[in-house]
Write a protein of this length. Structure first.
Length: 168
Protein backbone atom coordinates (compact mmCIF):
# COMPACT_ATOMS: atom_id res chain seq x y z
CA UNK A 1 0.00 0.00 0.00
CA UNK A 2 2.91 2.29 0.62
CA UNK A 3 3.86 1.88 -3.00
CA UNK A 4 0.56 3.09 -4.45
CA UNK A 5 0.53 6.50 -2.75
CA UNK A 6 4.07 7.11 -3.94
CA UNK A 7 3.23 5.99 -7.45
CA UNK A 8 0.02 7.99 -7.26
CA UNK A 9 1.98 11.06 -6.21
CA UNK A 10 4.43 10.61 -9.00
CA UNK A 11 1.69 10.07 -11.57
CA UNK A 12 -0.09 13.21 -10.30
CA UNK A 13 3.12 15.21 -10.55
CA UNK A 14 3.77 13.90 -14.04
CA UNK A 15 0.17 14.60 -15.08
CA UNK A 16 0.50 18.18 -13.92
CA UNK A 17 3.63 18.71 -15.91
CA UNK A 18 2.41 16.91 -19.00
CA UNK A 19 -1.23 17.97 -19.15
CA UNK A 20 -2.24 20.61 -16.68
CA UNK A 21 0.50 23.23 -17.07
CA UNK A 22 0.59 23.20 -20.89
CA UNK A 23 -3.21 23.32 -21.02
CA UNK A 24 -3.31 26.25 -18.61
CA UNK A 25 -0.64 28.08 -20.60
CA UNK A 26 -2.63 27.45 -23.76
CA UNK A 27 -5.84 28.71 -22.14
CA UNK A 28 -4.13 31.82 -20.78
CA UNK A 29 -2.53 32.60 -24.12
CA UNK A 30 -5.84 32.00 -25.89
CA UNK A 31 -7.65 34.35 -23.51
CA UNK A 32 -4.97 37.03 -23.91
CA UNK A 33 -5.05 36.61 -27.69
CA UNK A 34 -8.83 36.94 -27.75
CA UNK A 35 -8.66 40.15 -25.69
CA UNK A 36 -5.97 41.61 -27.92
CA UNK A 37 -7.94 40.67 -31.03
CA UNK A 38 -11.14 42.18 -29.61
CA UNK A 39 -9.42 45.45 -28.74
CA UNK A 40 -7.58 45.61 -32.05
CA UNK A 41 -10.74 45.02 -34.03
CA UNK A 42 -12.48 47.91 -32.24
CA UNK A 43 -9.77 50.43 -33.09
CA UNK A 44 -10.57 50.91 -36.79
CA UNK A 45 -14.24 51.49 -36.03
CA UNK A 46 -13.45 54.32 -33.64
CA UNK A 47 -11.50 56.20 -36.33
CA UNK A 48 -13.88 55.68 -39.21
CA UNK A 49 -15.46 58.88 -40.46
CA UNK A 50 -19.15 59.14 -40.88
CA UNK A 51 -20.17 58.55 -44.47
CA UNK A 52 -21.10 61.61 -46.51
CA UNK A 53 -24.80 62.42 -46.52
CA UNK A 54 -27.05 61.50 -49.43
CA UNK A 55 -28.30 64.28 -51.74
CA UNK A 56 -31.66 64.42 -49.96
CA UNK A 57 -29.99 64.57 -46.54
CA UNK A 58 -27.65 67.28 -47.81
CA UNK A 59 -30.54 69.33 -49.19
CA UNK A 60 -32.53 68.95 -45.96
CA UNK A 61 -29.50 70.03 -43.94
CA UNK A 62 -28.97 73.06 -46.16
CA UNK A 63 -32.64 74.04 -46.06
CA UNK A 64 -32.44 75.44 -42.54
CA UNK A 65 -35.90 77.03 -42.48
CA UNK A 66 -37.56 73.99 -44.10
CA UNK A 67 -39.30 75.90 -46.92
CA UNK A 68 -38.06 73.51 -49.63
CA UNK A 69 -35.66 76.06 -51.12
CA UNK A 70 -32.03 76.92 -50.43
CA UNK A 71 -30.76 80.49 -50.25
CA UNK A 72 -27.26 81.53 -51.27
CA UNK A 73 -26.19 81.66 -47.62
CA UNK A 74 -27.60 78.20 -46.87
CA UNK A 75 -25.93 76.86 -50.03
CA UNK A 76 -22.49 78.23 -49.12
CA UNK A 77 -22.77 76.76 -45.62
CA UNK A 78 -23.49 73.25 -46.84
CA UNK A 79 -20.84 73.51 -49.56
CA UNK A 80 -18.27 74.53 -46.93
CA UNK A 81 -19.22 71.47 -44.88
CA UNK A 82 -18.87 69.21 -47.92
CA UNK A 83 -15.50 70.68 -48.89
CA UNK A 84 -14.37 70.35 -45.28
CA UNK A 85 -15.40 66.69 -45.20
CA UNK A 86 -13.33 65.87 -48.29
CA UNK A 87 -10.32 68.01 -47.33
CA UNK A 88 -10.07 66.58 -43.80
CA UNK A 89 -8.06 63.53 -44.82
CA UNK A 90 -7.54 62.12 -41.32
CA UNK A 91 -11.12 62.98 -40.26
CA UNK A 92 -10.05 64.58 -36.99
CA UNK A 93 -12.37 67.55 -37.45
CA UNK A 94 -9.62 69.94 -38.48
CA UNK A 95 -7.80 70.70 -41.71
CA UNK A 96 -4.07 71.26 -41.43
CA UNK A 97 -2.23 73.50 -43.83
CA UNK A 98 -0.74 70.39 -45.47
CA UNK A 99 -4.22 68.91 -46.03
CA UNK A 100 -5.45 72.22 -47.40
CA UNK A 101 -2.54 72.45 -49.84
CA UNK A 102 -2.92 68.78 -50.86
CA UNK A 103 -6.56 69.51 -51.73
CA UNK A 104 -5.58 72.26 -54.13
CA UNK A 105 -5.72 75.26 -51.80
CA UNK A 106 -3.04 77.91 -51.48
CA UNK A 107 -1.09 79.16 -48.46
CA UNK A 108 -2.54 82.65 -48.91
CA UNK A 109 -6.15 81.44 -48.82
CA UNK A 110 -5.38 79.18 -45.85
CA UNK A 111 -3.99 82.13 -43.91
CA UNK A 112 -6.99 84.29 -44.82
CA UNK A 113 -9.34 81.66 -43.43
CA UNK A 114 -7.13 80.90 -40.38
CA UNK A 115 -7.51 84.37 -38.86
CA UNK A 116 -6.46 83.13 -35.40
CA UNK A 117 -3.16 81.75 -36.75
CA UNK A 118 -3.47 78.40 -34.97
CA UNK A 119 -2.25 76.48 -38.04
CA UNK A 120 -5.41 74.46 -38.69
CA UNK A 121 -8.98 75.13 -39.72
CA UNK A 122 -12.25 74.02 -38.20
CA UNK A 123 -15.57 73.99 -40.03
CA UNK A 124 -16.59 76.94 -37.84
CA UNK A 125 -13.52 78.91 -39.01
CA UNK A 126 -14.43 78.23 -42.61
CA UNK A 127 -18.09 79.19 -42.14
CA UNK A 128 -17.08 82.43 -40.41
CA UNK A 129 -14.67 83.35 -43.21
CA UNK A 130 -15.94 85.71 -45.91
CA UNK A 131 -13.31 84.28 -48.27
CA UNK A 132 -14.60 80.71 -47.86
CA UNK A 133 -18.27 81.76 -48.06
CA UNK A 134 -17.65 83.71 -51.27
CA UNK A 135 -15.71 80.84 -52.86
CA UNK A 136 -18.34 78.26 -51.91
CA UNK A 137 -21.27 80.40 -53.09
CA UNK A 138 -19.86 80.81 -56.61
CA UNK A 139 -21.57 77.65 -57.96
CA UNK A 140 -24.92 78.93 -56.65
CA UNK A 141 -25.72 80.79 -59.88
CA UNK A 142 -25.05 77.64 -61.91
CA UNK A 143 -27.38 75.65 -59.67
CA UNK A 144 -30.16 78.25 -59.70
CA UNK A 145 -31.45 77.46 -63.19
CA UNK A 146 -34.47 79.78 -63.18
CA UNK A 147 -32.50 82.68 -61.64
CA UNK A 148 -34.95 83.39 -58.82
CA UNK A 149 -32.24 83.42 -56.12
CA UNK A 150 -33.38 80.12 -54.61
CA UNK A 151 -32.51 76.50 -55.34
CA UNK A 152 -35.20 73.84 -55.27
CA UNK A 153 -34.55 70.18 -54.52
CA UNK A 154 -34.70 69.34 -58.24
CA UNK A 155 -32.25 72.13 -59.11
CA UNK A 156 -29.93 70.97 -56.31
CA UNK A 157 -29.99 67.36 -57.48
CA UNK A 158 -29.39 68.43 -61.07
CA UNK A 159 -26.47 70.63 -59.99
CA UNK A 160 -24.89 67.84 -57.91
CA UNK A 161 -25.28 65.35 -60.79
CA UNK A 162 -23.54 67.78 -63.17
CA UNK A 163 -20.81 68.43 -60.58
CA UNK A 164 -20.28 64.68 -60.05
CA UNK A 165 -19.97 64.10 -63.80
CA UNK A 166 -17.46 66.94 -64.04
CA UNK A 167 -15.25 65.65 -61.23
CA UNK A 168 -15.06 62.05 -62.47
Amino acid sequence: MGFLPIVGFRIDQIQRRVWYLPCMKFLHLTAIGACVFALASCAPYAKRPTPPPTLNELFDKADQNGDGRITRDEFSGVMIEQAFYWMDGDHKGTISEAEFLASGGSKEIFRQIDVTGKGYLTVEDAKASAVARKAMSLPFDGADKNGNGLITRAEFQDYRARAAAYTR
